[in-house]
Design a binder for this molecule. Structure first.
Ligand code: AMP
Length: 283
């Protein structure tokens, strides 16, 4: 049925939608996004729809999670295209709050998840996870989901949000879904829109590098340094790529590992020109 998707701008309207759903016993599946939607986002929306009576997507480019020299102003936006995708995915409501309503004059409360933020993205993007945790908690209080869906592509984010949900007794189940990739292996990301033709052609090297580590691991390599070196070597073959980090960490705590004994996450951040991309695989 077309035309029954709600586009909700105000926080109070979103809360009354959610209260109404909950009081009629309808579980809400929630997908928080920054928009410029792609198949990665839509895979979360489909799962939300499959497992919940109501599906809500939020589209909010959250200024609080961007550093002063990051790409907040340039972040790609396409509200019309996004709403069409939500409509075809039969999302029940799209929440598109205003920055001034989310962060009114005098706003001064933040959530700092201390664990798992002193590594990887946490070091390179100071304040990023504080911005993420704060907005996700706000969105949970507004949307009141039974389940909220996140992509494994942002692995550290899933660890931080799970930790917050546990520590603060949030009444929502955090569900993590696999990374959706382009046919050539590049992880889908709104930021891929920044890549020039040649940069886009070079970008799949990131996934090839991760597959190289997987191959080494499959061959019995358990040294974190050797696995990370394997990744750096493949990335180093592409002159357009500048590797920021390649780290092997515990899947739960993100503590750096020396030896991989019971699984690990291998996470990479790399720059291609002005664009910063992240990706990871589970070993
Ligand atoms: P973003 O709009 O980038 O903030 O992402 C919103 C949600 O979509 C986050 O939970 C992301 O991890 C998830 N996501 C982004 N890209 C992908 C992808 N390629 N595969 C699966 N989930 C993704």
């Amino acid at each position: 049925m077309k035309g029954c998707m709600k586009i909700i701008k105000s926080i109070s309207e979103m809360q009354s939608f959610s209260r109404k759903a909950r009081s009629s016993g309808d579980a809400i599946g929630f997908v928080p996004t920054m928009g410029y939607l792609h198949e990665g986002h839509m895979s979360l929306a489909r799962e939300a729809r499959a497992k919940n009576a109501k599906t809500v997507i939020s589209i909010f480019v959250n200024p609080a999670q961007f550093g002063p020299s990051e790409d907040f102003a340039a972040y790609p936006r396409d509200m019309e295209g996004d709403l069409e995708k939500c409509e075809s995915a039969r999302v029940d409501a799209v929440f598109v709050p205003d920055v001034r309503e989310m962060y009114p004059e005098g706003f001064s409360t933040h959530v700092d998840v201390v664990a798992a933020t002193d590594v990887m993205e946490g070091i390179r993007r100071p304040g990023h996870f504080r911005g993420v945790a704060t907005v996700v908690l706000k969105l949970f209080n507004i949307v009141m989901p039974a389940r909220a869906y996140f992509g494994r592509k942002d692995y550290q984010q899933t660890v931080v949000i799970r930790r917050m949900a546990r520590d603060l007794n949030l009444d929502a189940e955090v569900v993590v879904m696999p990374t959706v990739r382009e046919p050539d292996g590049l992880a889908m990301s709104s930021r891929n829109a920044y890549l020039s033709g040649p940069e886009r052609a070079a970008a799949p090297v990131i996934y090839r590098a991760l597959l190289e580590a997987e191959k080494l691991y499959g061959g019995g390599e358990r040294s974190a340094a050797a696995l990370a070196l394997g990744v750096r070597k493949v990335l180093g073959e592409e002159p357009m790529i500048e590797t920021e980090y390649a780290e092997v960490s515990d899947t739960e705590t993100l503590a750096p590992l020396k030896q991989v004994t019971a699984g690990a996450v291998l996470a990479v951040a790399a720059r291609i020109g002005k664009t910063r991309l992240i990706d990871n695989i589970l070993l």
